[in-house]
Design a protein around this ligand. Sequence first.
Ligand code: HEC
Length: 484
Amino acid sequence: MISKPNRIAVILTSLLAMIALSLTGLISADPTVKKEVTFNKDVAPIFYKNCAECHRPNDIAPMSLMSYKDARPWARSIREKVAGREMPPWSPDPKYGEFLNDHRLAQKDVDTILAWVDQGAREGDPKELGTPPESVSTTGWQLGKPDAEFDIGKEFTVKPGNPDTIENFIVPTNFKEDKWVTSAEILPGNRKVVHHVIAFIQTPEMIAQFQKGEGRARAMMESKVFYREGTLTKVKADAPIIDDGCGDPSGGSAFQQPSTSEGGDAFGLLLAGYAPGKGVDIFPPGTAKKIPAGSMIVFQMHYSSYGGKFEGEQGDRTRLGLHFSSKPPERSLNTVGIQNHFFKILPGAANHEVTACYTFDGNVRLVSFMPHMHLRGKDMKYEALYPDGRRETLLWVPKFSFNWQAMYYLKKPVFLPKGAKVIITAHFDNSDKNKYNPDPQKAIRWGDPTYEEMMIGWMEYALDSGAGTDKVQPAATGQTSQKR
Ligand code: HEC
């Protein structure tokens, strides 16, 4: 019970608080409309922070917003896209997970931009324009000068009229000692034709294996599942059909393997990636990816004329910049692509479901997710199934867009105990309602080309086992099956 005088005090303070609240409400009812909003003082800092990544000169967005001169003609459109929350693009459902690279605008920034347009989109005092961050520069590295820099080794020419070219370039690191990578950045040489890039590490053991023809890549090619068509890999038409990978002992995958020095993907261990809207790779504090001495770097380049039309031949010389930690990290960072290779999407199917599963056999902390599908990809969900039966949604991208192959870095890593399973559920739209569908008449299976499909839930995770350095062992073996 609250005694009487105290009760009065409580009532009084709440009254006072209410008055104070309504007063501040009055004063700040529409702060941005009262004060004069200008590009130089108020809007430029927001554009630098939330739009620069794509709206820099010669980047993936159609126009730069980095100067008043560039941004002013777009004021009306900016108002519309910002008010409608279409820009900056952000696909995950905010109900699940919190992500570091969530570039959505705060309400006060939305208000500032709208007020700027409504007040006539003025430039303001040039003295009030801050210096743009280095990331705004056209050609520069977003992460600053790298500790080591590589390129694909030559100028590659992309010919017009060729919708998909996948080329692998293998370059030596010449590293005499092991390196620990804390961040990596891929700088496309020609954004008109570079659709996405994946950089892999080929360790000396792998190089030796490949040379002896014992590598997993070779095994994969020689298996009954895949075949090569030029530079592209596709699943064979008569490969078994498994849409529900989780209901199959293989998990749906012919080739699903954590990216550690013990395993690795077809070309090695996943190091870094570039895709429109993805951003750079900054590994969480205390973690790093290891490049053993003597390793090679494989650039898997996906050139495509989808999106960026071009005339004549186009040259490209893509670069990779790496930043190192001076000492081994507390935890090494691994990658697994949870994938289903055996789905078949029938012609016209509007909501075809495909699942893939992966079970960890050690304690891990998940740090990032990157859904990957092609033009028929509709949505993707990541769920954790804990050993106690609890099922939790980790990421839900309800409207997947091929143009936004974004990577989502968790604000707080998610702990998964040994035995936890990750369930990836994807839907594909192969109907004529999907305006990006290249051919609704065709049954679709796994394949590298954009006009075929993929289904991969990429994840990066740190092993939870103390201060392992080069002794770190893969926590996950997954369920792979080559014996079909
Ligand atoms: C991750 C990349 C990315 C970010 C971040 C981003 N944009 Fe965009 N924006 C694009 C791309 C690509 C397009 C063109 C294709 C589209 O509309 O999806 C676009 C289109 C637009 C358009 C429409 C242009 C037209 O044709 O009318 C406006 C306006 C716009 N963006 C404003 C912004 C603003 C303002 C911000 C920051 C608050 C922002 N964008 C952040 C990539 C981005």
